[in-house]
Design a protein around this ligand. Sequence first.
Ligand code: SAJ
Length: 426
Amino acid sequence: MQKNMEKVCVIGLGYVGFPLAVLCSINGYEVYGFDKDEKKLARIEKGENIVEEKYLDELLPKAKINVIRDESQMKDCDIFIIAVPTPVDEKYYPDLSYVISASVTVAKNMKKGSLVIVESTINPGVCEEFVRPAFEKEGFTVGQDVFIAHCPERINPGDPKWNVSNIPRVVGSFDEQGLEKSVKFYESIVGAKIMPMKTIREAEAVKIMENSFRDINIAFVNELAKSFNLMDIDVVNVIRGASTKPFAFMAHWPSCGVGGHCIPVDPYYLIEKAKENDFDHQFLRVARAINNGMPLYSVELLQDELNSLGKSLKGAKIGLLGVSYKANVGDLRESPALKIIELLEKHGAVLNIYDPFIPKLSNANNVEEVLDRSEAIFLATGHDEFLKIPVEKFKEHGIGLIVDGMNCLDKDKLLALGIKYKGIGR
Ligand code: SAJ
């Protein structure tokens, strides 16, 4: 492939599209970026690292992303990458509107012979039922005038080791040519294995399986946590013990809930799709229900512990440390902490909230202020800043109770200081 002749257009410049655009540019492609968010486009034009991924800091100065605001400007491109959101709605139904809209935009503005790759997470059948028709409607024959492929994104926000340049990928297409073109494209930018799948549905199924696997395993340890809590067994130590087995075990960890743009969302894609075949993914549904129930379970832990001290949640001054769904990133999507805040406020608790990555939801400026104003602490996100709090500080500020929603504080030291400690399953 003559890279310097190839123009790539990335539609959707978020945590998936933006790093990919940078990677294509530093690998010799002429890159165009299209997004509906003008603020994002302006920041990219200023050379900002809009996804705040450290590894991009050194790559950005070498990259050139031509921001386009009018979709007609994408018409000279040869390769189109669709990396738009695929959220679920309030009933947990998959929302494919962004993928469909992006497909129509490309179909209306591309030249014959282009390669179109969908990276957004989609369930098996979406490329056949929604993407392909968008191009056929414009008179294109798939496999001749346009080549369509799916390469599910595998971004892990905040990961210091794995990123778009070194994570292996899978690719599927409707036809041999589409497969060959897309495998060659990814081999030209990714320094890792690119596995061609037999069909495009297989590629769609791989990502859904990966993330459903994670959701089920988290639900498994969350259920164990609730059961072992009643048997006075520390589930974290049990998982550590099981992890000494060098094969056939993969540790997952209980917590106050499962958030993010992937894990709590992707299983619903499969659950809903399978219904069309009258198949009920019971296991996926139960796992989702267990994980969705963890915020309430965690709040009930706090309530029970306060009651055991003769107090109630109503009027209790609770310090909430962390709101983001994941440590050391500022991302609220499906964050369990949002549900925990809702439940605590419903019970009349007085909240002192601090998340260094989410100032807009913090009503305290730092940990000190939270400890000063609170009688009990709920830790909802395992930010490094919270892990570094010396346990004595909780004692100095008169904190009598800590619910550790991420099992990341030193339980033994806190107990030794006379502070009531409740983790999730410990
Ligand atoms: N969580 C647990 N217990 C665990 C692991 C995670 O409760 O053992 C919770 C986290 O607290 C968080 C949620 O689940 O609220 C999701 O955590 P995550 O580590 O899976 O982070 P994500 O959402 O960034 O997931 C991404 C995914 N990447 C893609 O979909 C491309 C996922 O496939 C990766 O496995 C995951 O990163 C990763 O490995 O970190």
